[in-house]
Every structure is written in structure tokens, then in C-alpha cells.
Design a protein around this ligand. Sequence first.
Ligand SMILES: Cc1cc2nc3c(=O)[nH]c(=O)nc-3n(C[C@H](O)[C@H](O)[C@H](O)COP(=O)(O)OP(=O)(O)OC[C@H]3O[C@@H](n4cnc5c(N)ncnc54)[C@H](O)[C@@H]3O)c2cc1C
Ligand SMILES: *[C@@H]1O[C@H](CO)[C@@H](O)[C@H](O)[C@H]1NC(C)=O
Ligand SMILES: *[C@@H]1O[C@H](CO)[C@@H](O)[C@H](O)[C@H]1NC(C)=O
Ligand SMILES: *[C@@H]1O[C@H](CO)[C@@H](O)[C@H](O)[C@H]1NC(C)=O
Ligand SMILES: *[C@@H]1O[C@H](CO)[C@@H](O)[C@H](O)[C@H]1NC(C)=O
Length: 481
Amino acid sequence: MAKLIIIGAGASGLSAASRLVEKGFDPAKITILEAENRIGGRILTVPHGSSLIELGAQWVHGHEGNVVHPLAAAAGEIRTDIHTLESTGYADDVEMAYRDGRKITPVQLNEFKKILQSIYDDSKKELAQWDKSLGEYFESKFGEHLNRGSFTTMNRSTALDLLDWAHRSQNIEDGSDNWNDTSGVGSLEYHECEGDYTTVWKRGYSVLFDILMKNVPKTSNGLKLSLSDRIQLNSPVNLIRWNSAPSSGVQVVCSDKTYYADMVLITCSLGVLKDRADKLFTPLLPEKKRRAIEALGFGTVNKIFLEFRKPWWTSEWGGVNFITDPSKATGEWEDRVLGFSTVRGQPNLLISWVTGSAARQFETRSEDEVLMKCSTMLRTAVGTDFAYEEPTRVIRSLWQSNPHFCGSYSFRSKKSIELDVCPSDLAEPVIDSNGSARLFFAGEATHDHRYSTVHAAVETGWREADRIVEHVKETNFTAKL
Ligand SMILES: Cc1cc2nc3c(=O)[nH]c(=O)nc-3n(C[C@H](O)[C@H](O)[C@H](O)COP(=O)(O)OP(=O)(O)OC[C@H]3O[C@@H](n4cnc5c(N)ncnc54)[C@H](O)[C@@H]3O)c2cc1C
Ligand SMILES: *[C@@H]1O[C@H](CO)[C@@H](O)[C@H](O)[C@H]1NC(C)=O
Ligand SMILES: *[C@@H]1O[C@H](CO)[C@@H](O)[C@H](O)[C@H]1NC(C)=O
Ligand SMILES: *[C@@H]1O[C@H](CO)[C@@H](O)[C@H](O)[C@H]1NC(C)=O
Ligand SMILES: *[C@@H]1O[C@H](CO)[C@@H](O)[C@H](O)[C@H]1NC(C)=O
């Protein structure tokens, strides 16, 4: 029976493992090596108060064609969250204010939203013929509106300051650092699942793993082995020797132990591969794979929660988004903080987002600095509307500086279109010099159309499990070992 190592116990790695066992692969022949001291990867549910917060994935985006939705729905674990503030910041009860406290009026905000929406609507038809970046599309369309006099409630500079906010918001959607990095035509490759975009897990996204593991029969061939017994935590893989001694399979080197297997399924993020694929793999991966790793996009998106002793805002207030007057910008990370909004089920928390190079800079700064700067911005933006009280604590994600992630999620970059590279190039198995498939690749970034999501990660895990089962059948591994 063939031996398999899975690198990574996130959504894709654990989906692959459970599918393999369902298909009769002996769990005793699977080893899952996970660098962190926990499973879940970019799903990170943290208990907070009487409820929880999500530092990674939160929403089940859509229903049709979303493989997570039926799993979660069947288990009764999801609900529709009409509270979309945290996702878009466009909700009616979220204000917009300059950092000096000057507010955008509701009339201005409505006009801005309407024009932006019309650009989004046009983009669905027009991007197919757009060979430049998504940002250049939005900026040029916006420029046309400015020149045409579409804005009647604000001057040019205010409109452009609002566009800068829309850019920051779009970065959260895309996962790109700058919308000029996202390919216009490439962005159409992302296929949304129809249906409610803001379904959430009642008990947090990490319940997905309970569901995946439960589907696995606990006993196989009389062996009392469950999949969770096959996971080695705190085991970062430093080296994968996949073609040096062909007949001995693949060597997977961790700091304290070397593992051997016939096949290895790699699920670490595209960020990790970008950071160190040339050091991780000996010999180097094939040229086409290396080009895919280089050219596909991977950005940084972080969440910032501020905790207060008690809410100083009222239930009608959804939050405030920050716009930056370019002449007053500091050039520091705080210029690019989205704004703060309320969090469902967490009466004492407000949430914000920060993306791109600002998010990377933010990760190097102390919690004290983050707390102080965010509080100052918030206090000024709120002005005299409420009796503002200082936050007591900051809780934040650090997806870029954690070497097991090196960023947040993938996108179709301009470069990937220029080099004619797509996620399926990243997914392509790697064959050793004897013609045996040795390395398999899963993970959100290997999905051609749903990249950047959990449902992509799950689908790619299943895809590779099926591929591995086929491969084992074809090569008569069972007969050999
Ligand atoms: C802030 C944020 C918000 C998000 N929001 C949503 C959302 O609302 N909805 C949605 O659908 N998706 C969302 N996503 C995306 C979603 O979380 C990911 O697409 C998905 O979880 C990725 O799963 P994966 O298995 O591909 O990778 P990962 O979850 O990254 O799993 C890979 C695993 O490999 C491990 N690893 C890495 N390197 C090594 C090594 N050398 N040795 C051993 N182990 C290693 C890592 O520790 C990790 O556990 C969000 C992501 C972030 C960061
Ligand atoms: C634009 O309008 C705002 C107020 O709405 C004003 O403060 C600002 O000075 C104006 N800018 C220009 C360039 O006219
Ligand atoms: C995007 O690119 C255009 C054209 O090069 C440039 O004018 C603009 O400032 C860029 N936008 C951002 C947000 O960097
Ligand atoms: C490669 O081929 C040789 C010769 O047939 C064989 O001895 C060796 O075991 C093969 N290696 C693998 C990995 O199949
Ligand atoms: C696998 O076994 C079958 C049946 O014994 C045989 O026909 C086939 O040629 C074998 N395939 C390989 C790749 O060895």
C-alpha cells in the first residue's frame, strides 16, 4: 500500500485526507505534517467573550456550486447574516469621515455609491476586452464620470478621496495589494457562487474540521485509527527531496525527523511557495511550476479588532469608514486602515481591515502603537457624536509575518496573464525522472475559478485525493508494497 504525506492541516489538506480515507486509503499510510501548533490554517476561530471571532475566513460565500455550503447546512451549523457591514462597509448605517472628523454627508455618500455601482455593473461586460489592470479600469471609468460631471454633490478631490477608500475595500475582495496588480480580464476568471454572500457559521468556521473528520470511518481494516491521530503538529517541513533516489520515493525533512513516502501532497499557501519554494524542493521544481508560483498573485489582508469595556455607540450606529486627505497623509500604515464597524454577537468589539504594503508594515508595529493610532483615528472621526471611550485591547491577525502563511489569499495578477500562467499550472503534479508522479498540489491558489476561498481549498483537496487514488490504481502500488 502506498504511503502518502500531506503537508498542511488546513482546509485543503484535511479535505484531501478525509476523501482518501472515504475511498479506502488506509489512514495508517497517511501522515499529515502541520507547521503550526493547531489545525485549520487560514481558518482561525478564536473564542471571545460568550461567542467567538474569526481572524481568518468568516463567510461561506454563496450557495450554488459552493461545496462548503451543503456540508455546513446539513449539519445545521450556518445561518444567514444580514449584517453585512463587516464585509463591505457600504451598509447604510456606516458613516464616512475624514481623519480630521469632517463627515461625508449621506447625500454625497449615496451619489458616490450609485456611481461606483454603475462602474461595477459595466465592468462585468467590459473587462473581457480590457487588457490592463482592474485598477486602471476603475480609475479610468471614474475619471470619465468626473469629467462628465456625474458628481453634483461634491468636488473632484472629495470624489477621489472616496475612490481611494473604494480601492482599499476592493483590496479585501481581491486579496491584492493594489488593484493595479489585479488583471482586469483575469478577474473575470473568478466565478462567484450565486446566493447569499454572507452566510456565517453559528459556532465558527473551524467547525468545518469537525464535519470533515466525522465523515471519516473511525475504524478501517480492524485498525482503530482516526485521521486526527495522523496529524503531527509543530512539524514545519524544511526540505522535500523528490528525485534524488528514485526508487526510495520522496524524503520529507523536518527539523527533528525525516519522513519517507511514495507521494507528497503539498497544500501550503502560495505565499509560502513564493517565499521559499527554491529552498523547499530539491531538485528545483519544473520551470513551468516555478513560473506559476512567481506570477500568480498573493496579497496581505489583516483584521484588527478593538475591544472596549462597554459600547459607547448606540445600536443604530454601524461604524465609520476613514478617508484620507492626501495632503494630510502620514505615509504610514494608518492611512490605509479601512474604518471601524460593529461586530455581530460581540457588543464590545469594533472591527477594521488593513491591506497591502500597509498591512505588512502594520504587522511590524507593536500592539500599543496599533491601539493608540487606531483609537486616535476613531476618536477624531466620531467627534462629538458619542462620548468616546478608549479601547482596552487590540486583537489582530498577522498573516504575512507568520512564515507558515506569508500573506492572505491569491488573486489573478496582471503578471499571470502576461506570462500565460493559471492556477491549474500550480495544480499540475510533478513527475520524477522515472515517470512516477511524486508531488501533488492542492490549496485555494490551485483552483482556476474559486481561488481565495475555503470552498476552493476543499474542492482542490478532493480533486487531489481523487487524482492520488487513480494514480495508485494505475501504478499498482498495492501490488508493489
Ligand atoms: C483574513 C482572511 C479572511 C478570509 N475570509 C474568507 C471568507 O470569509 N470566506 C472564505 O471562503 N475564505 C476566506 N479566506 C480564505 C480562506 O481562509 C483560505 O482560502 C483557505 O482557508 C485556505 O486553505 P488552504 O488549505 O488552501 O491553505 P491553509 O489554510 O493556509 O493551509 C495550509 C497549511 O499548511 C501549513 N504549512 C505551511 N507551510 C508548511 C510547512 N513548510 N510545513 C508544514 N506545514 C506547513 C500551514 O500552517 C497551514 O495550516 C480568508 C483568508 C484570510 C487570511
Ligand atoms: C472640496 O470640498 C471640500 C468640502 O466639501 C472642501 O473642504 C475642499 O477644500 C474642496 N476642495 C477643492 C479642491 O475645492
Ligand atoms: C494605477 O496605475 C495608474 C496608471 O499607471 C496610476 O495613475 C495610478 O496612480 C495607480 N493607482 C494606484 C492606486 O496605485
Ligand atoms: C526506476 O526504474 C528502475 C529500472 O526499471 C527501477 O529499478 C526503479 O525502481 C524505478 N524507480 C521508481 C521510482 O519507480
Ligand atoms: C497493473 O496490474 C494489472 C493487472 O495485474 C496489469 O495488467 C497492469 O499492466 C499493471 N500496470 C502497471 C503500470 O504495472
